[in-house]
Design a binder for this molecule. Structure first.
Ligand code: MN
Length: 328
C-alpha cells in the first residue's frame, strides 16, 4: 500500500469514529481553504456528531454564497481558543504549517489531521494527508470522501468547484492538467451552476476593491526587462484607501505584462515593520525556494512570505533574489 493510501485510510478511520470534529483552515482563508472546509462540514455532519468549522481570522464575504458559510466561526485569539469546546478530531485544510492555523491550533483536540497539498507542508499533524500532486486541497478532500463512502452531491460539489477554480487561477495556472478537467467534469455532473459560481467568485468587487485595483496599477513597477515586474504598496497608500477584505489576485496585474516570468506583490504592514510578499512565476522558473528563503512557503510557482524589514530593504532583498532566479 502506498504512503498516500495509508494516510487516506488513517484519516477516514479517525473521522468515522469521531463524535466531535473541528474543521479549520489557514489565516486569511481563500477559496481553497473555505471550499475544502465547507465540503467536509457538509459531508461529515450527521446526527450524534458535533461538527464545527472554526476559522483563525475573518473570512471575506465574497464566499458568503457557499452553503453553510454562516456557520464559519472566528477564533482569532488564544482566550477564545481556551474557551472553545474540545474535540476528538481536528482537521486542518490547506495550511502548510501549524502557525498558519493561528489560535485555532490551541483549541483542545486529541488527533490532528493535516489535509493539504503544499510542497512546503511541514507534516505537523498526527495524520498527514498531504498530496503535493493535487491541484487544490479540495481534490484531497474528494479522495477522502471516497474513502468515507460519502457521495459528492450538488452542494458538496459547489464547494469543491470553488477550490479548483481558486487554486488553478480559473484553469489558467500550470497545475491545470487533463485530470483537473476530468475531476471538474464530475462535479458539473452533479448539476452545479458553474457559470453562476464563476460570477460569484469573479464579479463581486466592491468600490473599495476597485480602488485597491487602481492603487495596484498606480504602484506598478516595471523594469526594462519585463521578465520581472511587480507592485509595491506603502502602508500610507493602503490606509488612504482602506484595507480590503481580501487582496484577491492583484499580483496577476504585473503577471499579465507580455514577456513576464516572475511577478510580485509587496504590501507594507501598518506598523511599517514588515512586508507581506506574494510571488508568482511561469515554469520552469520557480519562486517557491525564494519564499522559503524568507521563511515563507507555498508551491513552486505560487508562494508567499513575510519579510520583517522596512519596505525599501525588503523590496531590494526580494528583488535581488528574484533576479538571481531569472539568471540575471
Ligand atoms: Mn490550496
Amino acid at each position: 500500500m502506498s504512503y498516500d493510501a495509508v494516510s487516506y485510510d488513517a484519516a477516514a478511520a479517525a473521522l468515522s469514529g469521531a463524535t466531535s470534529i473541528i474543521i479549520t483552515t489557514h489565516i486569511n482563508p481563500d477559496g481553497d481553504g473555505i471550499g475544502s472546509g465547507l465540503a467536509l462540514l457538509l459531508a461529515l455532519d450527521r446526527p450524534g456528531r458535533r461538527v464545527r468549522f472554526l476559522c483563525p481570522s475573518r473570512v471575506a464575504s465574497l464566499y458568503a454564497f457557499l452553503p453553510r458559510f454562516a456557520e464559519l466561526t472566528p477564533v482569532t485569539d488564544d482566550a477564545q481558543a481556551a474557551e472553545a469546546e474540545a474535540c476528538e478530531v481536528m482537521i486542518s485544510c490547506d495550511a502548510g504549517d501549524r502557525e498558519r492555523l493561528g489560535s485555532v491550533a490551541k483549541v483542545r483536540h486529541t488527533t490532528l489531521i493535516n489535509l493539504d497539498h503544499h510542497v512546503t507542508n511541514t507534516r505537523f499533524g498526527n495524520i498527514n494527508l498531504v498530496d503535493e500532486t493535487a491541484e487544490s486541497s479540495g481534490v484531497v478532500v474528494e479522495g477522502l470522501l471516497r474513502r468515507l463512502g460519502v457521495a459528492v452531491d450538488r452542494t458538496i460539489a459547489e464547494c469543491l468547484y470553488t477550490t479548483i477554480v481558486f487554486d488553478t487561477g480559473r484553469f489558467m495556472h500550470s497545475n491545470t492538467t487533463a485530470h483537473t478537467f476530468r475531476w471538474t467534469a464530475d462535479l458539473l455532473e452533479t448539476g452545479i451552476d458553474a457559470s453562476e459560481i464563476n460570477r460569484r467568485l469573479t464579479y463581486t468587487r466592491s468600490p473599495k476593491d476597485l480602488a485597491i485595483l487602481k492603487l495596484g496599477i498606480e504602484c506598478l513597477a516595471i523594469d526594462d526587462d519585463p521578465r520581472l515586474a511587480g507592485i509595491v504598496i506603502p502602508a500610507a497608500s493602503i490606509a488612504a484607501v482602506g484595507e480590503p477584505e481580501d487582496w484577491g489576485d492583484l499580483v496577476e496585474i504585473p503577471r499579465s505584462l507580455a514577456g513576464n516570468r516572475v511577478a510580485y506583490l509587496m504590501r507594507e504592514s501598518k506598523d511599517g515593520k514588515s512586508v507581506r510578499v506574494s510571488l508568482r512565476s511561469n515554469p520552469p522558473i520557480e519562486i517557491g525556494s525564494v519564499a522559503q528563503a524568507f521563511g515563507g512557503g507555498g508551491h513552486a510557482f505560487a508562494a508567499g512570505c513575510t519579510v520583517v524589514k522596512p519596505l525599501a530593504e525588503a523590496v531590494a532583498d526580494v528583488r535581488a533574489r528574484l533576479r538571481r532566479q531569472l539568471g540575471q
